[in-house]
Design a protein around this ligand. Sequence first.
Ligand code: DHE
Length: 520
Amino acid sequence: MTRNTSFSNILKLAAAAVLFSGGLAFAGPQEDYQEHCASCHGEDRLGGSGPALIPETLRKIRGPNLSEVILKGRVATQMPGFSEYLDQDGADAIVGLLKTPLEVLPPWGEEQINASRDMNPDYVAVEAPVWDADPMNITVAVETGDHHVSVLNGDTFEVLDRFPTPFAVHGGPKYDPTGRYLFIMSRDGWVQKYDIYALQTVGQVRAGLNSRNIAMSSDGKWLAVASYLPNMLTILSTEDLTVGKVQMVKGKDGTPSRVSAVYQVPPRESFVLALKDVPEIWEIFYGANPPQFGFAHDWRDEGLAHTDIPFPVRKITLPDYLDDFFFDQTYEYIMGASRDGAEGTGGQVVDLVIGHKIADLDLPGMPHLSSGTTWERNGTTVMATPHMRGGVVSVIDMSTWKTIKKIEAMGPGFFVRSHENSRYIWADVFFGPNRDLMHVIDKQSLEIVKTLQPAVGKTVAHVEFTKDGRYALVSVWEDDGEVLVYDAESLEIVKRLPMRKPSGKYNVWNKITFSEGTSH
Ligand code: DHE
């Protein structure tokens, strides 16, 4: 890796630094960084045993401010406090450095990714699960408070294992089609493979420097990793985490683009990419016989790796940017919206088969399409999505693409969820003063039938159901948080599982069968 030496930034920050303050001397942010931080976070700030310290990842991390973390450390992590060596000004100056973007990114391609592979030498594959539970009803809970995942028996809610993950996991972890292996991604681009049968980590690899999410191929052979830094999609072998292909992303006019997200499209044996910086959607085929149509350029030029799968790319040009998606259950249509076009721009429906926009969506106020749920109502399929601004849950008829109701919520939400066997949609109020509320909405009347407030003043968010839909698991999204197990019919709490800032929960069955209640 090349070392980042942005001298103009260093000089600016050094000039701002106070040399002697409160009796503590410090040399300047760059020198202080190298002395105190670099051994764990990397000389180039791209991470080591500690996470990367670059603006792209730091601004997503909620919790105490960064100066406080530098001075006092981060509870339940390896991060110590440095108040013995730095005062407030010294810590603030380092924060200024950390918030400065890197001017030069080190190369991060196939060679570096493969070299980062870190396989667990103690991992031993087992023939059958080492536990006694229904393998299809296992649920994992991501605990972002201290970067762990808990593996739950979905019938008894006993914790079968609790294992460490890379720092700052984001997006839904993905199961292979058998439900045995779990893949987890951190915002720093680390991908971890975990064997649920053996309750052991198999290994990890750094697929990007700042990544967004992952998608599993329907044959279970490939895992796609979407990244902002570098602008690329990495396709990993799920077997050994080696690179199948690194696909750099540039629009047709040559503009480089971040990849906002990647999703699998099982019937087409493809991954679909949401691009942040160009009005295009890309489809990358992983099947042995990709369709021979619509390739706008010669994909054979694009650096094939050591695999016989060519991963050809189809590029679809759109009238507007789409970086947040939802698919219908047939995967023929993509509903999309731009996160930046937050105010009143709405969204688009794209027919993936013909590669064209076919309808507009009335979805102002930053819809969170990657969290959506579908169900049957009055003989048609409808879908609900929350909005991160404005405080409504929109319900859309998927035959006409018209919004049939904007359900007034008590604030903007982040996640909605349901299950085939449940009468209700659960919609959180993630932002604002009412973030301790969870709406329960009747799927037929589209009315809020109950608003739960299980922990006053604490953020309550994200729901996952058990395999049969009988119980709904809700996160109390706080450092001393818990996962609440609700009876999904009586709406009473039947169990409380203490956890460290639990975020998403993911049930094997609901995920691998593509339950209509959950986003895929
Ligand atoms: Fe997420 C899923 C994008 C902020 C927690 N988030 C997703 C997905 C996308 C996305 C595209 C679907 C991918 C998947 O699961 O494979 N998230 C974004 C953003 O663009 C946004 C608004 C800004 C950003 O930081 O990138 C954002 N997300 C957050 C958070 O601040 C959350 C609440 C806390 C965190 O951990 O960063 C958060 N996002 C989640 C979770 C999921 C998720 C828990 C998986 C939900 C699921 O049920 O599958």
